[in-house]
Design a protein around this ligand. Sequence first.
Ligand code: CMC
Length: 426
Amino acid sequence: MADKKARLTVDGLEDAIELPVYSGTEGPDVIDVRPLTGQGLFTYDPGFVSTAACESKLTYIDGANGILLHAGYPIEQLAQHSDYLEVCYLLLNGELPTPEQKEQFVNTVTNHTMVHEQMSHFFNGFRRDAHPMAIMCGVVGALSAFYHDSLDINDPHHREVCAYRLIAKMPTLAAMCYKYSIGQPFIFPRNEMSYAENFLHMMFSTPCGEYKVSPTLAKAMDKIFILHADHEQNASTSTVRLAGSSGANPFACIAAGIAALWGPAHGGANEAVLVMLNEIGDESRIPEFIERAKDPNDPFRLMGFGHRVYRNFDPRAKVMKQTCDEVLAELGIENDPLLKIAKRLEQIALEDDYFVQRKLYPNVDFYSGIILKAIGIPTNMFTVIFALSRTIGWISHWNEFHSSPNKIGRPRQLYTGPKKRDYPAK
Ligand code: CMC
C-alpha cells in the first residue's frame, strides 16, 4: 500500500528512519509514523491538527476548497436530490440504495421509532429545567439497558440492528426531552409520516391538537438532518471511535459522542449563536462585539464563524443559507430583530479584513440556528437536533471501526512533570 517513503533524520540517531507514505483516493498523503516507536520516539500533535487516526471510506473533506463528499457524492447534490434516510443508507452501506432497498430501509427505520415504555420513567428523574443535552446523554446511554439482544459488537447483524434502532429512536427521544421540559405529554411517532415530518409532529402536536406540518419546514428540517449527518473525524466522532475501540456497546459510545458534541466549540455552537445574537440585542451594538472578537486579549469569539477544517466557505453553510431564506420567506419573518443582527454580522464578517484574512466564514451552525429559531424550536434543543442528525455519522464510523481488524485507541504524551523522585523521609 505504501508507494512512497519519507526519511526522518533525528539528532543523535546514526541512520535516518524510513517511514512508509500512503496515498488515499483523495486528499494529502499520510506518513506512517508507527516505526518511530521502535526508535523510542513519539510524534507530538496536540489537537490532532496533522494526525490521521484511522482509515475511512465514509466522508472526505477538502477544507481549502470547501468540498464535502459522502461516499464520493458532493453534499450539495445529496441535499438537492436525496433525503436524510437515503443519506443514512449511503453512510451505512457505502452506496445509494435501489428503490427497493430504500423502501425496505425506510420501513425498517419507521418500525423502530417507538421507545420502550419504561424509558419514559427515566425522564421523571430529571428536573424539568434540565438541559436537554444532559437528558440525552442519560437516556441514550440507558438504551443499552433495554436492547440486550443486539449488543454483540462482533456480529454484523447486531451492529446493523443497533444502527436502525438509533436512527429511528433519536427523534423520539429528542422530542421527549422537549415535551418533558415544557410539561406536556409525550407524543407517539406516526408511521405514515416522513422522518422529518414525524419529528416536527412529536415536537409540536399535543393530545388536544394535531400540528399541521408545513412541507417547507419539513423540507428544511430534513436538510438540517442531511447537512449534519457526518463530518469525518471531528471531536465527537473521534470520541465515539475511541470509546468503541475499548469494546463498549454502541449506545454507550453514542452517549459519549453526545457529550463531546455538547461543547460550544463543536455542536453547542448553534445554541451559542442564538445566545450571542440575544446578547448583542441591537444592531447598534454590533461594532462593539466585532471589536471584542478581534481583540486577542478578549476570549470572546463570534459564534457560528470559523471552522477547524474549512478555510473557505463551508459547503453546508451555502445550502443552509438558501434554506434559511426559504423558511424566513414562508414564515414571513424576515424582519425579526435577531435575524437582522445575524444578517448584518454575516455581511460585516464577509467584508472585514480580520475575518477575511483568517478565512473565518459563517459556518453551518450560524444558519441552522436561525432556521431552527424560525421553526419555533427552543434554543436549548438546537444541539440535540445536531446530535440526532449526527447519530448516523457516529454509528457508521463505529460500524466501520468494528468491520475490520482494530486496536484500542491509546494516544501517547510529551511528559513535562517532575522527574522520578523519592518520597520525602518522615
Ligand atoms: N471569532 C473571532 N476570531 C476567531 C474565530 C471566531 N469565531 N475563530 C477563529 N478566530 C481567530 C483566532 O483567534 C485566531 O486568530 P489569531 O491567528 O490572530 O490568533 C485565528 O482566527 C485562527 O483560529 P484558531 O483558534 O486557530 O482556529 P481553530 O481551528 O482552532 O478553531 C473553531 C476553529 C471552530 C473552534 C473556531 O473558529 C471557533 O471557536 N469558532 C466559533 C465556534 C463555532 O462556531 N464552532 C462551530 C464549528 S462548525 C460545527 C462543528 O463542526 O461542530
